[in-house]
Design a protein around this ligand. Structure first.
Ligand code: GDP
Ligand code: IMO
Ligand code: MG
Length: 431
């Protein structure tokens, strides 16, 4: 059963969108299973840069059917805007090829207002959320008072939406934030219901049938392993299951569908993080500017969703091994190797010093604040790698860097990405 699960192996922005697009050329379905428009997945094709937030990145390949799974939280305004942008770029988006799970939860303006008010209330301890209403929408889901996409098909939907706004106003009031007027929100949602009605489907049954018929399904994760609500650097995490098992619950797939699945971890050749939270290998000053870039290139380390500069550092293989274990990764894809070109020395964190002890797994609860990285030093390379298309095209030092990551993680690196473009990939083999 060809289910391939693609997840971020770090703190998000590893280049998942670019890799899903690369792998989707032979896929029948591409399916997002978690998160919402906090995600920003970039796909570069020639001069065109697609920035996808809700729609799976594989939609750009015309033969695919795109699914938004039940594990997602969906802002209908963002979704309709994204559909428009895709259509303007010549991508066909119709109810025949975009299916939305009736079980996905809705994000409303109240969730966004609550996200902002809660961040304000946290003061110095703020999480640095994307402000998209993700946490409050998943809070309502867990509290069993959320509104689902399927609810938009019910006669009492607008009444329930109105109640949700009034209820949320009570909390906004407690937080000292302005209350929302339900009336324009109800008007906007009347329009969203009409627009989105034809797309709502039973995507769990559809995907199960597709897999049983031998179709290929790519499950596209959002965020990354270290932002997982269960296993990430809590509380500096997002509110969904970002790890591979989340693909099953988030798409409504049974364990039988995972038998023999490829679980592909996308990892950047260095480490980045947006928002607050521990980051043992973080670097600052000129070293950081070198890895981040100035913002002049579209791939420089500035958030796709919020434009915030990303924090940067050396690759952390302690956390990469943690990602291999938690996701059951069968392979890695390494992105942005080109960014390391020109550096004299490269540093891999292989262990932590914590309270006088050296450990090679993250401490209990992934509490990384007290972890001081232990580095291994490798020589860099000077030759431009953008044109590398085969493993052998890479400089010996680059191959040694990738080989070392394979040795430490115990799994193969199947592809090495050497630029943002679809074709800029040095494959280790053809799988
Ligand atoms: P995602 O959230 O995991 O899909 O990643 P983002 O799209 O947020 O961030 C990755 C950025 O790196 C995007 O601007 C991509 O176009 C870019 N990118 C991906 N792979 C490569 C690569 O191998 N080299 C370079 N230079 N840029 C890349
Ligand atoms: P993609 O899919 C990187 C981070 C936010 C914040 C924390 C919680 O593009 O890799 P939230 O708005 O989810 O409540 O914010 O999670 N975050 C991401 N960081 N890439 C993402 O998505 C992210 N989505 C959320 O910066 O630290
Ligand atoms: Mg991103």
């Amino acid at each position: 059963m060809p289910l391939h699960i693609i997840v971020g192996a770090q703190w998000g922005d590893e280049g998942k969108g670019r890799i899903v697009d690369y792998l989707a050329s032979s896929a029948d379905y591409v399916a997002r299973f978690n998160g919402g428009d906090n995600a920003g997945h970039t796909v570069t094709i020639g001069d065109h840069i697609f920035k996808l937030h809700l729609v799976p990145s594989g939609i750009i390949h015309p033969q695919t059917i795109a699914i938004l799974g039940n594990g997602m939280v969906v802002n209908p305004r963002s979704l309709l805007e994204e559909i428009d942008t895709l259509r303007q770029a010549g991508v066909e988006v119709t109810p025949q090829r975009l299916h939305l799970s009736f079980g996905a939860h809705l994000i409303t303006p109240a969730h966004q207002a609550l996200d902002a008010a809660l961040e304000d209330a946290r003061g110095k301890g703020k999480l640095g959320t994307t402000g998209r209403g993700i946490g409050p929408a998943y809070t309502d889901k867990a509290a069993r008072r959320g509104l689902r996409l399927g609810d938009m098909l019910r006669d009492d939907f607008l009444t329930r939406l109105g109640e949700h706004i009034l209820e949320s106003n009570l909390t906004l009031g407690l937080l000292g934030a302005p209350e929302l007027d339900p009336s324009p929100i109800l008007d906007a949602f009347r329009h969203y219901v009409e627009q989105l009605r034809p797309y709502i489907a039973d995507t769990s049954a559809e995907l199960d049938a597709a897999l049983a018929a031998g179709k290929t399904v790519l499950a596209e994760g959002a965020q990354g392993t270290l932002l997982d609500i269960e296993h990430g650097t809590y509380p500096f995490v997002t509110s969904s299951f970002t790890t591979a098992p989340g693909a099953l619950t988030g798409l409504g797939l049974g364990l039988h569908t995972a038998h023999g699945a490829r679980v592909i971890g996308v990892a950047k050749s260095f480490q980045t993080r947006v928002g607050s939270g521990p980051f043992p290998t973080e670097v600052f000053g000129p070293e950081a500017e070198r890895l981040r870039g100035t913002g002049a290139n579209p791939w420089d380390e500035f958030g796709t969703t919020t434009g915030r500069p990303r924090r940067v550092g050396w690759i952390d293989t302690v956390l990469l091994r943690y990602a291999v274990r938690l996701n059951g990764l069968t392979e890695l894809v390494l992105t942005k190797l080109d960014i390391l070109t020109g550096l004299e020395k490269l540093y891999l964190c292989t262990a932590y010093r914590v309270g006088g002890e050296v450990v090679d797994t993250p401490p209990f609860g992934c509490n990384l604040y007290a972890c001081e990285p232990v580095y291994e030093e490798l020589p860099g390379w000077q030759k431009d790698v953008h044109a590398a298309r085969r493993w052998d095209d890479l400089p010996a030092e680059a191959r040694a860097y990738v080989r070392r990551i394979e040795e430490i993680t115990g799994i193969p690196v199947r592809h090495v990405s050497v630029g943002p473009e679809r074709e800029q990939m040095a494959g280790k083999n053809n799988t």
